[in-house]
Design a protein around this ligand. Structure first.
Ligand code: NAP
Length: 303
């Protein structure tokens, strides 16, 4: 990898995971981090994530690659805080879960190469302690390059792809608008549904909260994992991927209404056909190596 100095702005779950992955897989790469939160900087220093800077400009000075790892709504502010200090020729990237809005919010200097990206990896945790060195292994990293025909820009995109491959990710290139529609289906809508079902269960008056917790292993528990994700991060995703999410929510609501009608009319064939299709999708995910085939995701297994 031609990148030897990396700066990470935002030392939370994803930023800390990139730092840990570099330490494991690219030990010669120097990593500097900055976070707006003083408590996060102190913790990052304690757990030795890398060189912790006290100012954003200090972290990015001399960096070949600067990765913005802050919530989508904070990307513009994070970029503004480092812009003047970027090394000419540096690669600027980000890990935001939405691409169109981040690209619209960041107008990079002419002498830096902005190559947006999104690693499809993460857990429901946040903060510097949630940094996992192997988080990106065998996960997709989607790069959404800008329409920039300069040779040096293409080289920057190739260098960024090589960096993520070295961290263990499989790199794909996608158009930003396409990314936002695909992610609305595979990530944003499932989170919205999980947030809604968990909030609904909490609101239900006839089911006491203790019963919801006690019997949660019946299915509810798996939604609560998704719904435990960072509220700021997810607020920003929905505020910034409005169109694609609303379109997919329209399809979802139609499907739900069709299922509701099938239940009301006792249309077992329709229910069976829908559930059988869904089960096939689960098998395809396992065959693609994107999840384990172990019973109940490998939980509850006796050694
Ligand atoms: P996180 O654990 O909450 O970390 C974000 C960190 O950025 C926080 O410590 C926050 O500090 C800091 N920050 C906010 N504004 C800043 C600024 N202007 N300058 C410097 N630091 C700033 O969040 P995360 O899960 O790592 O998510 C970061 C990004 O990755 C988001 O854009 C998200 O969409 C994307 N992403 C997340 C996942 C996932 O599963 N978690 C997966 C892929 C991509 P404060 O707490 O003080 O605000």
């Amino acid at each position: 990898v031609s990148i030897t100095r990396v700066a990470i702005i935002g030392a939370g779950h994803i930023g800390a995971s990139i730092a840990r992955a570099c330490a494991l897989k690219l030990p010669d790469v120097r990593v500097a981090l900055y976070d707006a939160s003083e408590a996060v900087r102190a913790r990052a220093r304690e757990i030795a994530l890398g060189e912790i800077a006290e100012a954003p400009q200090e972290a990015v000075r001399d960096a070949d690659l600067v990765i913005l790892c802050v919530p989508v709504g904070a990307m513009a502010a994070a970029y503004a805080s480092v812009s003047a200090a970027l090394k000419p020729g540096a690669i600027l990237s980000d890990v935001g879960s939405v691409k169109g809005a981040v690209i619209a919010a960041i107008k990079p200097r002419d002498d830096v190469f902005f190559v947006p990206g999104h690693p499809l990896a993460g857990t429901e945790q946040s903060g510097p302690d949630a940094g996992l060195a192997r988080l990106f292994e065998n996960r997709w990293m989607i790069i959404t390059p800008l329409a920039d025909e300069r040779l040096a820009y293409k080289q920057a995109a190739a260098d960024l792809a090589a960096f993520w491959s070295a961290l263990g990710a499989n790199v794909d290139v996608m158009d930003p608008a396409r990314h936002d529609v695909v992610l609305a289906v595979v990530s944003h809508l499932p989170h919205l549904i999980a947030y809604n079902i968990v909030a609904m269960a909490e609101d239900l008056e006839q089911v006491t909260e203790s019963e919801v917790v006690k019997y949660s292993a019946s299915g509810f528990r798996d939604f609560t994992r998704i719904a435990a994700s960072d509220p700021i991060m997810w607020r920003d995703v929905f505020l910034n991927n409005k169109e694609a999410v609303l379109e997919m929510l329209g399809f979802f609501t139609e499907g739900l209404t069709a299922l509701q009608r099938a239940i009301r009319l006792g249309d077992g064939a329709m229910l069976h056909e829908t559930f059988a299709r869904a089960r096939r999708v689960r098998r395809e995910i396992i065959e693609a190596g994107q999840d384990s085939a172990a019973i109940n995701f490998g939980r509850d297994q006796k050694p």
